[in-house]
Design a protein around this ligand. Structure first.
Ligand code: PMP
Length: 364
């Protein structure tokens, strides 16, 4: 048998549903202004870096991290106002999405999504063999709460995921709407709060009254630590214990644990002012985009803005890249064929983005 035959035979053992999936990847392009991944454009403050580096140096590199990162969990409990036993940390919140799906989804199980949303949910649920049910956002790209309620009632999903603020649209779910979903559902409801710091609201206060609620968060956005891969989940301790069974031992390396601890210690002094600056920049950028003929930004509570564009998103992407600005073309998502997404950058980056878009759309 030739190599090709062997390969064909081997590939047959990959689950058909996996082979039909398109991989979740991102072309790695570089540009001086990078507003394609909703990162914190300010980077981690010097004081945080210096203190973390000092602690890295003192730590024995030969030793495993804690089995359960007790110290980090204690700090997260204080930060989030939730019980230590109900907190799980992950290698990015992506890992916790995966672990939660591993313990809830599989053949014959159902996940309910409100789409368009973060593509990873559908990706992992599909790999696991679950049926993915989808409720579209409204025409205005807000959550269709009535339709979600009906879907929950009709389909009784094992897991429902609400991303709030929603990536890539930026909208949030209202608290009373969420409560109505939580009351209707006997399945678990995840609220992915990757961007909650920019919305200045959280569903965490509903945890006590709703044991079917799980809140996911990350250090990748407001905390300016996407490179260190730290995420966490808040849930009833009994639920957290079950999700923990699908998380690998030592999933969070010792450096990341230390960096996350320092970020929490210094959040109010060092990071909160940056978050507040980004919120102000988001509002300024939104107004500037609104004034460009041919563009229509969607109101956002996150650190990014979805923009409807008269010019084809791919062309806007290329034109901006030529000017050193990397945005995200999201036109492949359902309902978003005329859209691109920009993260809120530093003030001078936003100025350059606005200037470049004015130029591109003036010529159209
Ligand atoms: N959830 C949402 C909604 C996101 O947009 C992202 C980042 N793109 C993540 C989770 C992943 O975060 P992490 O870096 O913590 O894995």
């Amino acid at each position: 048998a030739t190599m090709d035959d062997g390969l064909r035979v081997a590939l047959k053992r990959i689950k058909p549903r996996v082979r039909e999936l398109r991989a979740y990847t991102l072309r790695s392009e570089r540009a001086p202004i990078k507003v394609n991944q909703n990162e914190n454009p300010f980077d981690a403050p010097e004081r945080i870096k210096r203190e973390a580096l000092r602690r890295f140096e003192r730590r024995a590199w030969s030793r495993y991290p804690d089995f359960v990162p007790v110290e980090l969990r204690r700090k997260l409990a204080a930060f989030a106002g939730w019980d230590e036993e109900g907190i799980i940390v992950g290698n990015g919140s992506n890992e916790l999405i995966q672990a939660t799906m591993m313990v809830t989804l599989g053949e014959g199980r159902r996940a309910l999504l409100s789409e368009p949303t973060f593509a990873l949910y559908r990706q992992i649920a599909t790999v696991l063999g679950a049926d993915v049910l989808s409720v579209p956002l409204t025409e205005r790209l807000t959550f269709d709460v009535a339709a979600l309620r009906r879907a929950i009632e009709r389909e009784d999903p094992d897991l429902t995921i609400i991303c709030s603020p929603n990536n890539p649209t930026g909208g949030v779910i209202e608290e009373d709407d969420l409560v109505r979903l939580l009351e209707k559902a006997s399945g678990l409801i995840v609220v992915d709060e990757a961007y909650f710091e920019f919305a200045e609201r959280s569903a965490a206060n509903l945890l006590r009254a709703h044991p079917n609620l799980i809140v996911f968060r990350t250090f990748s956005k407001a905390m300016a630590m996407a490179g260190w891969r730290v995420g966490y989940a808040l849930a009833a301790p009994e639920i957290a214990r079950e999700i923990g069974k699908a998380v690998l031992p030592y999933n969070l390396n010792a450096f990341s644990q230390i960096a996350a601890e320092v970020a929490l210690e210094m959040y109010d002094a060092e990071l909160l002012p940056l978050v507040q600056a980004l919120i102000r920049e988001r509002e300024r950028l939104f107004e500037a985009l609104q004034e460009i003929s041919g563009l229509s930004p969607v109101p956002s509570k996150a650190n990014f803005i979805l923009v409807r564009s008269r010019i084809e998103p791919r062309r806007v992407y290329d034109e901006l890249l030529r000017r050193g600005i990397l945005i995200r073309d999201v036109s492949g998502y359902p309902m978003l064929a005329d859209c691109f997404r920009v993260s809120v950058g530093r003030p001078e980056e936003n100025d350059l983005l606005i200037e470049a878009l004015r130029e591109i759309f003036a010529r159209s």
